[in-house]
Design a protein around this ligand. Sequence first.
Ligand SMILES: [Zn+2]
Length: 395
Amino acid sequence: MIDAADESSGVTLVQGARWVVAWDPDSSGHVYRTGADVVFADGVLTHVGPGYAGPPPDRTIDAAGCLVMPGLVDIHTHLFSEPMNKGMWDEVGSQRLYNTSLYEYLPILRPDAEGTRAAYGVALAELALSGVTTVCDLALPSEGWLDFLGASGLRVCIAPMFRSGRWLTRNGHSVEYAWDEAAGYHGLAQALTEIEAAQAHPSGRLSGMLCPAQVDTCTAELLRDAHDEAVRRDLRFHTHAAQSLSEFHEITRRTGKTPIEWLDDFGVLTERTIVGHGIFLDDHPWTHWHSPGADMRRLAERGAWPSAAPRSPIARRSSPAAASRSTISAATSRRGSTWASAPMSTRTTCSMRCASSRTSPGSWPRIPAIPARRMCSTPPRWAAPGRAGAPTSVD
Ligand SMILES: [Zn+2]
């Protein structure tokens, strides 16, 4: 339907869309419009509404029967591993570790160089099919990955993971940690090098954030130093926390605090922080912690971003509360939902559909005056066009 060869410049008219998810300045939110045209020129939206009557377009796309929406932002995925994990471990977990697959199953399958490249191809295609235009890739750097990401056409924020130790289980019911604190700082230095390369990538679509991999595999010093570096470089900061009940127990055993409370305790739970996945907070019914609700309030008060990935935890029955987490946190923080497709998928719409089907419609944040569901929001800074260690297994 595109009737011009050069799609990169000039005026493009997306005509007569059945639905348009549009920004409504009066309500400061997204709303549904019907029968609208969308016009952009040189990457800038110039018209959203019915009856476009501006300069003749260079190309026209017939959008009858279509929904036109802003590109989705997938805030947390692992492009190098999830295509292999999907179909293998979706519904598999260690029964004596509260059904998580983190410690006993996910470390088994790791792609070689050819497999990594194939996984990236599958994952990026799935993301594009899901309407994702910006993705955060929590990854272990691999040969040529920046060029591959740059060629995808998506905006990619790389998040090279590093940590002070790795987890393991010898018996399937207890998790141990093998520490190598120097490796954590070596990984931090490597991540900064990769981020600088991403920021300078000729595609102009790559950026970066700092990602100490997990709250339980990083020392407080590494987490704090990485956050300080993120502040210095004005980067976002991302770490897995409250993602399994075993991790919740490990952190409470070490510190007497919940994972979220501990991060807050030494100052890394801030507006630049993304918490993946924030499932086992102190109000999760499995934790039976003494202060239910305090973790969610901390996240909201500090302005931190939980990345919601409801699909797989629900499939493994390890987190019946996961689906509602994203909407509750969105309502609490009033900044919209943040979506993650990992683990096990890069179909972001699948995660959204899963959350939708498992959540009471009444719990979705509503936009005043105009009935509509908030579909997504774009986190500031790293989602903008522009410019993103070596554990043996991560998730
Ligand atoms: Zn993850």
